[in-house]
Write a protein that binds this ligand. Structure first.
Ligand SMILES: Cc1cc2nc3c(=O)[nH]c(=O)nc-3n(C[C@H](O)[C@H](O)[C@H](O)COP(=O)(O)OP(=O)(O)OC[C@H]3O[C@@H](n4cnc5c(N)ncnc54)[C@H](O)[C@@H]3O)c2cc1C
Length: 431
């Protein structure tokens, strides 16, 4: 069901745009994730010159298929599902590319609590907590937090909401606007074997200046001037697609400073800490597919969702979120891999000995080019995503998953929003 309320955004789109003051030159695109690349594709099709500047040594941003555990052990370090597949532009792209995908049934086969299998009563209680959660979390007027909405429905709903919030949004439920959550699009989730690879393949033709972190954007003149190591770029306009965590950290300075309305929109947004720890398994010792996905709950630590042997790859991927995930990112690889191995071993039981052959923590929270997993609108700030869409000085347009309304937090949303930003710029170019 579509719950997106985009009256403000629509209003912005139909307003008569001012023409850009600088008359010629490329459009600068900051960031080569899904949003930046989609914006570039629109400009390319319109025949307008552009330059993409990317801080990393690769494209794709938070959509990245990681092979650091071995060529036979790929896993998606960031995005892996094509959410709301019925309307997501990536469904058709995946089909055309013949990417392997599967429907996600969303249920783990086993539940472990404090290192032992859950009892039937514990399972039933957990199921009861999740039942009807959508209705429980529907905002009742004020822009309250998910935690506040859940409290009215009792302890089981509170526990289920914490799990849902940390494991799907990457954030603790007291920091999430229920109104923003309600607005998110839903539908079929397609699990892609290599979503990051798919994004990289789709845009392999794009010219991108890699390892080129923009440090400042000067918009005091007619156009924009972007500063980066070793030089500057003059452009008619800039489409800035870096994550809101990067903007809020001040990694890019703006002169003149950004308008109050933009800064206040940024104040209402933050980054969650959805985190993955991939463990390479030794196939002769453990058949991860036979074990099936599992949830590990601990009273003195994070709840961890284990994906076991996705698409037949010899890997178990631990997923967690919220402050306990932040603590683990800060603690570093060794501590994170040790915790994931310990929890996995409890699930595998007798098969565990020597089954884990290495691990990798993907700590987006401590990644300087992401500063978190994806955007969260704070309670009381459900309008922040729309507000950030207002162009600055008619020549800086922010874009990306954080501005994608009902498509926020996704590759599909970032793609649609990158396209929106490019059209915003194109209609301001002198005819
Ligand atoms: C663990 C995790 C799981 C996820 N799971 C899913 C999922 O299953 N399905 C889904 O659809 N989405 C998922 N997402 C979200 C999805 O990955 C993002 O919403 C999407 O990729 C964001 O695209 P973007 O272009 O807005 O931002 P990004 O992909 O972050 O692109 C921004 C780019 O800007 C670059 N940059 C940063 N600073 C600078 C600078 N100073 N100068 C130049 N470049 C800079 C970055 O390196 C990056 O490449 C997940 C994300 C994470 C982290």
């Amino acid at each position: 069901m579509i719950t997106r309320r985009s009256a403000l955004a629509t209003g912005l789109l139909v307003a008569m745009p001012a023409v850009l003051r600088a008359q010629s030159g490329p459009v600068a695109i900051v960031g080569a994730g899904a949003a930046g690349l989609a914006a570039a594709e629109i400009l390319r099709q319109a025949g307008h010159p552009f330059t993409i500047l990317e801080a990393r040594d690769r494209i794709g941003g938070r959509a990245h298929t990681d092979r650091s555990l071995g060529a036979d052990t790929p896993f998606d370090a960031g995005a892996q599902y094509i959410h709301w597949a019925e309307r997501n532009p990536w469904s058709a792209i995946a089909r055309e590319a013949q990417a392997t995908s599967t429907d996600q049934d969303g249920w783990a086969r086993t539940l472990f609590i404090d290192g032992r299998p859950a009892t039937d009563a514990e399972r039933a209680r957990r199921r009861a907590g999740f039942a009807g959660l959508d209705a429980v979390l529907a905002p009742k007027g004020a822009d309250a937090s998910l935690a506040a909405e859940a409290r009215a429905a009792g302890d089981d709903a509170v526990a289920a909401t914490s799990g849902l919030s940390r494991l799907s949004l990457g954030e603790d439920p007291d920091r999430v606007s229920a109104a923003d959550y309600e607005r998110l699009w839903s539908g079929t989730d397609l699990w892609v074997d290599g979503y990051g690879d798919l994004v990289a393949r789709r845009y392999a033709h794009m010219p991108v200046r890699l390892s080129c972190a923009v440090s400042a954007i000067d918009w005091s003149g007619r156009g924009v001037r972007l500063h980066m190591p070793g030089g500057t770029l003059e452009a008619v306009a800039a489409i800035v697609t870096v994550p809101v965590g990067v903007l809020k950290a001040g990694a890019i300075s703006f002169a003149p400073r950004l308008p109050d309305a933009t800064l206040s929109a940024l104040d209402g947004l933050s980054m969650g800490a959805y985190t993955k720890i991939a463990l390479r398994l030794d196939p002769p010792k453990v058949d991860a597919r036979a074990v099936g996905d599992a949830v590990s709950v601990a009273h003195d630590g994070p709840t961890i969702y284990f994906e076991m042997g996705p698409f037949g790859h010899p890997v178990a991927v631990a997923n967690l979120g919220g402050d306990l995930a932040r603590d683990l990112c800060n603690a570093g690889d060794r501590a994170a891999i040790a915790l994931a191995t310990e929890r996995l071993s409890a699930i595998l039981g007798a098969q565990a000995g020597g089954a884990v052959r290495g691990g990798r923590l993907v700590g987006w929270w401590t990644d300087p080019h992401a500063r978190g997993s994806y955007s969260i609108a704070a309670p009381g700030h459900a309008g922040a995503r729309d507000a950030l869409r207002a162009p600055v000085g008619e020549r800086i347009v922010f874009a990306g998953e954080a501005l994608a309304g009902g498509g926020a937090m996704t590759v599909g949303g970032a793609t649609l929003d990158g396209e929106r930003a490019a059209r915003e710029v194109l209609k301001r170019l002198p005819g």
